[in-house]
Design a protein around this ligand. Structure first.
Ligand SMILES: [Zn+2]
Length: 149
């Protein structure tokens, strides 16, 4: 019996860094699997917000809808994680970036396809969304717009 309890615990507890969709975020995660970045837009005040929720974070309206984000943004701030979590399956440093979306919201992501150095990660640099698959989940990342290195 103890063995089956341990097995059930393993099944029910995914890696802590693997996102678990909720009813409020399922559309976002489903979009990523199709390489589409879905974002919430408020029909009352017209603003976009992130993370997804059924209530506008600007005006508290429940009159909200899903929209396709442009995928464009800029690098607002970042830090370089020298020892990435095993989840990312990458060697070497990895950025943890705060990205200002063209639509307005800030979100935490990672800048990829770019040297992870202060010389290459320039504040305000233009970025575009890219989609990286890890294990069974697709995550939203960003890469330099126009040039990759
Ligand atoms: Zn609103």
């Amino acid at each position: 019996m103890q063995g089956s309890c341990n097995q059930a615990r393993t099944v029910c507890m995914p890696h802590p860094l693997i996102p678990v969709p909720t009813p409020e975020t399922q559309e976002f995660w489903d979009g990523l699997t199709r390489s589409v970045f879905r974002i919430r837009e408020c029909c009352s005040c017209g603003k976009f917000y992130f993370p997804p929720s059924p209530i506008c974070s600007h005006c508290s309206s429940r009159d909200v809808r899903w929209s396709d984000a442009s995928g464009k943004g800029s690098l607002y701030s970042y830090t370089i994680q020298q020892k990435p979590a095993q989840f990312w399956a990458t060697e070497g440093p990895r950025s943890v970036a705060l990205v200002r979306l063209e639509e307005g919201p800030l979100l935490v992501s990672s800048v990829v396809n770019c040297e992870q150095t202060p010389e290459k990660l320039k504040l305000d640099m233009d970025l575009k969304a890219t989609f990286e698959k890890f294990a069974d989940v697709t995550v939203l990342c960003f890469e330099p717009l126009g040039e990759t290195s």
